[in-house]
Design a protein around this ligand. Structure first.
Ligand SMILES: [Zn+2]
Ligand SMILES: [Zn+2]
Length: 127
């Protein structure tokens, strides 16, 4: 029987990971609701206004990029539309160098990294 892959430790780890993910989703929901209560539904960058109909495009940005820093007075939050939010993180990643973990979780679905960007060069025959 092969060791590792299906051992009890792996299953335990799976459960811990699933639990952590659930906790962070729960936490995200909570601070988003709080931020939407505190702040007007306007993007802090482009000043676009939001209503219930398009509220899902309004996201909560953490000013210090630390998702664990959620003071109840909202001082670390900023409401940004998904476009401005993406820009904000792209800028941050640029200035901070390669640190993909900084933005993970909050903007997981907006990754712009293209693993095939260099494929053309790799396939180019060396002459
Ligand atoms: Zn915006
Ligand atoms: Zn953010």
């Amino acid at each position: 029987m092969p060791e590792g892959k299906s051992g009890p430790n792996v299953h335990r780890l799976d459960r811990i990971v699933a639990e952590a993910r659930r906790n962070s989703e729960q936490r995200e929901k909570t601070y988003r609701e709080q931020a939407l209560k505190i702040y007007p539904w306007i993007c802090g960058r482009c000043r676009r206004e939001f209503t219930r109909a398009n509220l899902q495009q309004l996201t909560v940005h953490h000013r210090d990029h630390n998702h664990d820093n959620n003071p109840p007075d909202g001082s670390n939050w900023e409401l940004l539309c998904i476009y401005c939010h993406e820009n904000e993180h792209a800028r941050y990643l640029d200035s901070a160098g390669q640190n993909p973990s900084a933005a993970s979780g909050e903007l997981a679905s907006t990754a712009t990294h293209n693993p095939f960007a260099n494929l053309k060069d790799l396939l180019k025959p060396k002459t």
